[in-house]
Ligand binder design. Sequence first.
Ligand code: CU
Length: 456
Amino acid sequence: MTNRRDFLHGAAAGLLGAATVSRVGAASLPEAAIQTSPTMQPPLQPTSGRPYNPVVTLNGWTLPWRMKNGWKEFHLVAEPVVREIAPGMKANLWGYNGQSPGPTIECVEGDKVRIFVTNKLPEHTTVHWHGILLPNGMDGVGGLNQPQIKPGKTFVYEFEMTKSGTFMYHPHADEMTQMAMGMMGFLVVHPKNPAFMRVDRDYVFLINAYDIDPGSYTPRVNTMTDFNLWTWNSRAFPGIDTLVARTNERVRIRIGNLTMTNHPIHLHGVDFEVTCTDGGWVPKSARWPEVTTDVAVGQMRAIEFVANRPGDWAFHCHKSHHTMNAMGHDVPNMIGVDHRGIVEKIQKLVPDYMVMGERGMADMGEMEMPLPDNTLPMMTGMGQFGPIEMGGMFTTFKVRDNQKTGDYKDPGPYQYPKGTVAYEWTGELAEPTRAPAPAADEKTVTVIKPNGHSGH
Ligand SMILES: [Cu+2]
């Protein structure tokens, strides 16, 4: 225990040893570590049990365990947490062990796992091990498979990990509320043979969504479709960690979707293949190359590729309103509307009135608009060439020739080799050929303009 704790303190800033549950002896329960930092922690190298190649959780961490008489023991604590969504915005969520999502659980095919779940929420909960094939009484559906875990109580789940793959965990008790509040986590079962499906970097994250009014801190829990914060591991751009790779490394990104809608996940700069789904590994003959893969509700997908093009590549959901932060709704399309003279008149009545979007919405990315406390700009982030104009489910994947093996630090903006960036044409401009304007047909487009009020 001492060695493991020392290792953790050294490797993971912000990881604290917490007191074990009161009234239960420390000897009988594994330590419930808590995480105080929302930034990506280095991979947790296994120091006991079967060997494996650990994953890295975007803006997250892996739950430490202990081996006891051949069982791998974990301790999850369901509890209210404060999660930083991005610098400048915090949310009152529910999660596990200090953060939402909860820590990633990693184990190995064939492991016997014992997971203690302590409920520090104000209401009952359960944990469902999404996708794991296990005895029915361990499946975690409250009422159906077990009594719910009352506040203050600790339950024990015991099962064997019979197959490797990509899984999740979440409550199956007051599910809509508890998931809307951020209760979920990633679960990876590594293959028994560490050489099977080996990659150089293995990233994981969950897709989640919240409905938090600008200026407030707590999600609405009865929202069914109108979520306004689209997040990866409860983080929104520019708060989502950068993914990095050294040129020609093989990279896997595992994604699980616990929102109420599908997300077409798109990575620039590579062709990838889906190599693992919620049901297991995809045989080579059944894979095809693509650049966007849809992750439907309740699904997991692992994509794999060789990162062979250096640069700063965009990585995002392709639903464009999912790459906007709150305030993305209810803004009318003003493109082409001439506001001259009108604004001044409205401002006499509404002093703070501003015009948005008469030339498109790009101005929003540059504007320093006054925002309510605790919210994020709708389109934000600065790149080396200007505003990135994104929010929500957007981050970058950075490939560098000199990124060190095992180094997950953001290397900064890409240094473009001379002559490789799109540039402005400064030569002669010929008048472009245009489609001819359609001839107006007097009979069908007769416009009757009002003059006077006689017809009203
Ligand atoms: Cu999406």
